[in-house]
Design a protein around this ligand. Structure first.
Ligand code: HEC
Length: 393
């Protein structure tokens, strides 16, 4: 009975998703600020987003009902918000409004504002900075959780413990000790993105090292997605149909947000349905998605190809041809190639020809106008595919 209800729920949500993907696609901001200043700056922005996510998930450990309940945690909240404001203000292309909002956040923490206020501000800031800086803050391939598990066992258990409870052999010597990844109260307010960034940058003021050098971004996403499955009450029923959430949603939203999205979609689809109004079912649907994350959608693939090509062109224009070639290849292999089989051959052959010519142009350090023309051709083809497929933002 339970598995039948589950099957029906998934079917319903998948139908709703198909509609949603036609008309309300998640927007990948491609026209945002130029990030041609190089990778270092994008890294600074990513750190800011990390700090904001940390503030949002941990603020209630520091302040409750306007009172400081843990002065160490509170000090951390103050430090993180100041750091975020400072590094944003030190960046190249800054927006006055974002800067003010970051300063306001520091003020809110000083006033010991409510958790809700802090979370809203952090979410608004994260959205603004992601858009401004054109950050691609989600995996470009479906994460592999088996790989994540193997990496965790090799590299993390000495501190985090085999089950992730924070009870590794070295844990007693660490101050602060690692947190408990099995705790639902905490895990449900964390995102894979936040874990990805903790693994990338380390956690300042703790023993948590940075693994940016040790692992590829894919490996870090594998780990981050794996950590989400360590929750004590994690229960992924076998998925019957395609996951109704996108990879981007799974990477950047926490469990509370995602169950709310699923519940709302279900209400829109079938307001009268009583069978499916079970939170438990929604949660195991979400867990099934976390266990078997989907690949990018067609729209996300196209957007990724576009973005990489634009970045590649910018790299070429600043005479960084190694970078330009790498980005062009990534655009092809991560963005275009996975959807090629769904296209008419004359469309993809045209794209491939333009891509090959662009590649040679980069190899030969060809003139900017020529490179620009090839990229323009490719972007037009991608745009054409988008309208053919009825894909809209
Ligand atoms: C030397 C001990 C040590 C090792 C090795 C280590 N960690 Fe950590 N880790 C910590 C400590 C201490 C913290 C900070 C306390 C906390 O936030 O859990 C932390 C924090 C984290 C966080 C942020 C947790 C949160 O709840 O916000 C993540 C994610 C994480 N570690 C993942 C990993 C992964 C994945 C590995 C292996 C690739 C790893 N850690 C290896 C000690 C370690």
């Amino acid at each position: 009975m339970k598995s039948l209800a589950y099957f029906l729920l998934l079917l319903l949500l998948t139908a709703a998703t198909a509609i949603q993907q036609q008309f309300y696609l998640p927007s990948l901001e491609l026209s945002g600020a130029d990030d041609g200043t190089g990778r270092a700056e994008a890294e600074a922005e990513q750190r800011i987003v990390f700090l904001l996510q940390y503030l949002a998930s941990d603020y209630d450990r520091a302040v409750q009902h306007g009172q400081i309940i843990d002065s160490l945690e509170y000090g951390e909240m103050q430090r993180f918000s100041q750091q975020a404001a400072k590094s944003y203000a030190g960046g190249a292309a800054i927006q006055a409004q974002t800067r003010e909002q970051l300063q306001a956040l520091t003020g809110l923490i000083a006033q010991r504002a409510s958790l809700q206020q802090i979370r809203q501000t952090c979410a608004a800031l994260t959205a603004a900075i992601t858009k401004e800086k054109n950050l691609l803050l989600f995996p470009q391939l479906a994460p592999n959780l088996d790989n994540g598990k193997a990496l965790f066992r090799e590299n993390c258990v000495s501190c985090h413990g085999l089950g992730g409870r924070g009870d590794g052999a070295a844990a007693d010597t660490l101050k602060p000790p690692p947190r408990d990844f099995t705790d639902p109260a905490r895990l449900n307010v964390c995102t894979p993105l936040q874990f990805y960034q903790a693994v990338t940058f380390g956690v300042e003021g703790t023993a948590m090292p940075a693994f940016a050098e040790a692992f590829t971004p894919e490996q870090r996403w594998d780990l981050a997605f794996y950590l989400m499955t360590l929750r004590r009450d994690f229960q992924a029923l076998a998925p019957a149909v395609r996951c109704p959430l996108t990879l981007r949603q799974l990477a950047t939203k926490n469990n509370l947000e995602l169950t709310a999205i699923l519940a709302q979609r279900q209400r829109l689809q079938r307001p009268d349905s009583t069978l499916l109004h079970s939170t438990l079912l929604l949660e195991s649907c979400l867990d099934a998605c976390r266990q078997n994350p989907p690949s990018l959608t067609m729209y996300e693939h196209l957007a990724l190809a576009e973005k990489k090509l634009q970045q590649s062109l910018r790299a070429h224009l600043r005479a960084d041809s190694a970078q330009a070639i790498q980005l062009a290849e990534e655009g092809y292999w991560l963005g275009f190639e996975p959807i090629e089989s769904k296209l008419f051959s004359r469309v993809y052959l045209k794209f491939e020809r333009a891509h090959t010519e662009y590649h040679w142009c980069l190899e030969e350090k060809g003139p900017p106008e020529q490179a620009r023309a090839y990229v323009k051709t490719m972007l037009a083809i991608l745009q054409h595919i988008r309208s053919q497929q009825g894909l809209r933002r």
